[in-house]
Design a protein. Structure first.
Length: 376
C-alpha cells in the first residue's frame, strides 16, 4: 500500500517541485498532486518510476505516514538566503534524520537533553550561564560536536550537494537536533554549532526563532560561548596585531575573522584597527576559508553506535534497509564531521566525549543490541 506523505517527503528531499517530477514521470501535475494527497493511487509502473527517479527503494513508499517538520519550528542559519525549495530540502533531511534517531534510540540509551531555556538573559549572559551549568569554566572547547552530543543534542551532517544550506536546528518533542554543513571550514562549522545551540536555548515558545534579531542573538551567543570574555581578556592584548590574531585563533579553535570580531565586540580593538585587520585577513584568504585551519569534527555517538552494531554483524547497509533508504542516503547524515583536538598555549581544553556501554536486554531484537550511550 502506497503512503502518500512518503512520496512528498522523497520528492522534497531531492529538491523537486510537483511540476518537475510530474514532467519526468510523464503524468500531469494534478495526478501527482492526487498521489501525494491520497486522492489517487499510482499504478505500480508509475511507482517504480518514482522510486528510480527519486532514488528511494520501493518499500520506502510503503512505510508509515510521516508528518512534515513545520518550517516555523526550525532555526535556519541565513534563512533569508534560502529559497522555499531549499528549505523544503532541509526539512525533509530533518525528517529522515528523525527516523534514524528514533531507530538508534530504540536500541541505544543516548544522553538525555540537558539544555535550559534561557529566554530572559542577553546572549552574553546566556552563554556564561550555560557554561556554568555545564561546568566548562573559561576553558576553550576542544570539540563542539562531542560537547553537544554529551548534552543530548543529536548532531547530523548535511549532504554535500546542498552547499547553500549552512546549518539548522529544531526541537522534536524533547530532543534537540542540529545539522551542520561539512563543506565549510571546521572553524566555521564549530561556530555554526554554537550558533544553533544559541537558538536551542534562547529561542522557542517565548522568543521568535526567525528574523534578524534572532540571528544576531544566536551569533552573539556563539561568540561568547566559544570565546569567553575573561579568557579572551587574559590571553589577547588590546590592539592585537595580525600575527597575534592568527596565533590566538588556535586557542579557541575559531576563525580568524570571528576572533577579530570578538575583540572589537569586547572593545579590545578600535573600529579603525578592526577594519584594517579585516581587510588584511581578506587579502590572505580568510574570508572564504581558513588557511592552515583545524581538522573537522566528527560524531562520536555515530562512531560508537555503528562500531557496536558492526561487532554484532549489523552493517550500515542493514540499518539503511530497515530505514527503507539507500545506504548513500544514510551516509549523508553521519559522515564528514571530523576533528582532532589541539591544545593552544598550554591551556586546558574542555573535551566532553560520550561513551558507549552495552547492556544486555531480554527479548531484544536479533538485528541490533540494546545499549547505552552516555556522556562522561
Amino acid at each position: 500500500m502506497v503512503t502518500p506523505s512518503r512520496i512528498t517527503l522523497a520528492r522534497k528531499r531531492r529538491g523537486m517541485t510537483i511540476v518537475e517530477l510530474a514532467r519526468r514521470l510523464d503524468v500531469s501535475a494534478q495526478s501527482l498532486s492526487n498521489y501525494e494527497h491520497g486522492r489517487q493511487k499510482p499504478a505500480h509502473q508509475t511507482l517504480v518510476k518514482i522510486s528510480n527517479i527519486l532514488g528511494f527503494p520501493l518499500d520506502f513508499f510503503e512505510g508509515e505516514a510521516v508528518e512534515e517538520i513545520p518550517s516555523d519550528s526550525v532555526a535556519f542559519r541565513a534563512r533569508s538566503k534560502l529559497t522555499a525549495g531549499r528549505r523544503d530540502v532541509a526539512l525533509s533531511v530533518g525528517r529522515l534524520a528523525v527516523e534514524l534517531e528514533e531507530l538508534i534510540s530504540s536500541r541505544f540509551r543516548l544522553p538525555e537533553a540537558d539544555l535550559p531555556s534561557l529566554d530572559k538573559p542577553d546572549p552574553e549572559n546566556a552563554a556564561e550561564m550555560l557554561r556554568s551549568r555545564w561546568g566548562l569554566g573559561q576553558a576553550p572547547i576542544s570539540n563542539m560536536v562531542h560537547l553537544l552530543e554529551s548534552k543530548g543534542v543529536r548532531v547530523f551532517s548535511l549532504a554535500p550537494e546542498y552547499a547553500e544550506i549552512d546549518a539548522f536546528s529544531f526541537w522534536r518533542d524533547k530532543t534537540p537536533f542540529v545539522f551542520l554543513n561539512t563543506l565549510k571550514s571546521a572553524e566555521r562549522s564549530r561556530f555554526d554549532a554554537a550558533h544553533e545551540l544559541g537558538h536551542l536555548v534562547m529561542h522557542g515558545p517565548v522568543r521568535s526563532l526567525v528574523g534578524a534579531q534572532a540571528e544576531q542573538e544566536a551569533n552573539a551567543f556563539a561568540s561568547a560561548f566559544l570565546m569567553p570574555r575573561r579568557s579572551v581578556a587574559s590571553h589577547m592584548p588590546h590592539g592585537a596585531f595580525l600575527d597575534q590574531i592568527l596565533k590566538g585563533r588556535q586557542i579557541w579553535r575559531v576563525a580568524a575573522l570571528a576572533l577579530t570580531y570578538r575583540l572589537r565586540d569586547l572593545e579590545m580593538l578600535s573600529d579603525w584597527q578592526y577594519r584594517n585587520l579585516v581587510v588584511e585577513l581578506s587579502k590572505r584568504g580568510y574570508r572564504s576559508g581558513e588557511p592552515g585551519g583545524i581538522q573537522r569534527e566528527t560524531s562520536q555517538i555515530f562512531q560508537k553506535v555503528f562500531r557496536s552494531l558492526r561487532d554484532r554483524g549489523i552493517t550500515p547497509a542493514d540499518i539503511a534497509e530497515e530505514l527503507r533508504v539507500q545506504p548513500e542516503e544514510l551516509s549523508n547524515y553521519v559522515f564528514g564531521l571530523t576533528l582532532t583536538a589541539q591544545l593552544g598555549d598550554g591551556l586546558r581544553t574542555v573535551s566532553i566525549r560520550p561513551s558507549l556501554k552495552l547492556i544486555t536486554s531480554e527479548g531484544s531484537s536479533n538485528r541490533a543490541p540494546r545499549a547505552s550511550a552516555v556522556g562522561q
